[in-house]
Design a protein around this ligand. Structure first.
Ligand code: NAD
Ligand code: UDP
Length: 342
């Protein structure tokens, strides 16, 4: 990238957002983070600056507050938006669907209105493989039927539909919808990483907390799936590879109006036992675990067809499961309590 464009990054203090801000700054973009810190810490901003040696703007605000968004865009004119801000806990979304529709869906509507009124028409949106629901076939390609099985996934699908309708009505928009598979790992510096609040739902942060002694045992949900070793298979992707995908998306959108939907995954599935094994190698010790019944709602396998991202975004995940585990462990070891010093 040669011209210095400024990007508004909603949710930029979060896990994927912070790694993407590092990637943006490193290739010469200017960054404005807009985040209400509902699931992140201001310390992240300092860490991003420390890694990159570059400055950035942080505005504390909520995406549901259109006036605040417009003020932010007036103060810091941006060429494009990368929209990460949202709530992401599947279980919580089942218990409190209205909270998810309000935060994710209403928030995205307000953001899109603010963009339109500020004449910004380029957006990269964080969607999720959750929009596919139960696999009709694998690997999931972007034409696979969309049938999310929980309110969180529904919010992602509705936002995707809204973006598609905007493009139909005004084809001068430049829109890239990225469907992430399972982001894991951390920046190799160990300065930024995933900092789940409470008991982690996801596999890798849970393993990391057992490894560091915060939890006793990993429960493996199911060993009777029709998979390589009976445990569930997912497409884990290193968060810095994922971050790079956003840079490629901005480059892809740069020249002309278009709408693209692309999976971001490695295309390769790994079982729970394979992940556990790789993590044990990173930690160089065994990690206590126990086999339990299947987790309700889980599918046996999920992995991506990455043809569109490979061919159109010219993007391919580079890092393997061992690097994902090594970097995740490095972050966990350096920050046993995440960003919280206590
Ligand atoms: P995260 O919770 O670490 O980051 C989200 C950020 O958005 C947080 O910093 C939070 O404070 C902020 N935020 C939430 N609601 C907001 C609001 N109303 N206004 C302003 N800021 C708000 O999550 P993440 O893992 O970095 O995920 C980023 C995006 O990617 C989310 O939209 C998520 O749904 C999507 N995604 C994540 C995964 C995953 O496994 N991590 C997978 C697929 C898709
Ligand atoms: N899993 C597990 N124990 C845990 C968390 C997850 O066995 O404590 C399994 C889960 O059943 C699935 C895989 O690990 O097969 C990935 O789960 P995660 O929640 O990380 O991702 P998702 O299922 O949402 O893709």
């Amino acid at each position: 990238m040669t011209d210095s464009k400024q990007i508004l990054v909603t949710g930029g203090a979060g896990y994927i957002g912070s790694h993407t801000c590092v990637a943006l700054l490193e290739v010469g973009y200017q960054v404005v983070i807009y985040d209400n810190l509902s699931n992140s810490h201001e310390e992240v901003i300092h860490r991003i600056k420390k890694i990159t040696g570059k400055n950035l703007t942080f505005v504390k605000g909520d995406i549901r507050d259109k006036d605040a968004l417009k003020e932010c865009l007036a103060n810091y004119p941006c060429d494009a938006v990368i929209h990460f801000a949202g709530l992401k806990a599947v279980g919580e979304s089942v218990e409190q669907p209205l909270k998810y529709f309000d935060n994710n869906l209403v928030g995205s509507l307000r953001l899109l209105e603010a963009m339109q009124e500020s004449n910004i028409k380029t957006i990269v949106f964080s969607s999720s493989a959750t929009v596919y629901g139960n696999p009709v076939y694998l690997p999931f390609d972007e034409k696979h039927p969309l049938a999310p099985t929980n309110p969180y996934g529904q919010t992602k699908l509705y936002i995707e539909e809204i973006l598609k309708d905007i493009f139909k009505s005004a084809s001068d928009w430049q829109i890239c919808i990225l469907r992430y598979f399972n982001p894991v790992g951390a920046h190799e510096s160990g300065l930024i990483g995933e900092d789940p609040q409470g008991v982690p739902n996801n596999l890798m942060p849970f393993i990391a907390q057992v490894a560091v002694g915060k939890r006793d045992t990993l429960n493996i949900w199911g060993r009777d799936y029709d998979t390589i070793d009976g445990t569930g298979v997912r497409d884990y992707i290193h968060v810095t590879d994922l971050a790079e995908g956003h840079i490629r998306a901005l480059e892809y959108l740069k020249d002309s109006s278009k709408l693209l939907v692309a999976n971001l995954g490695t295309g390769k599935g790994s079982s729970v036992l394979q992940v556990l094994n790789a993590f044990e190698q990173a930690v160089k010790t065994t990690i206590p675990h126990a086999f339990k019944n299947r987790r309700p709602g889980d599918v046996a396998e999920a992995y991506a067809n990455t043809f569109i991202a490979n061919s159109l975004l010219k993007w391919k995940a580079k890092k393997d499961l061992n690097s994902m585990c090594r970097d995740h462990w490095h972050w966990q070891q350096k920050n046993p309590n995440g960003y919280n010093p206590k």
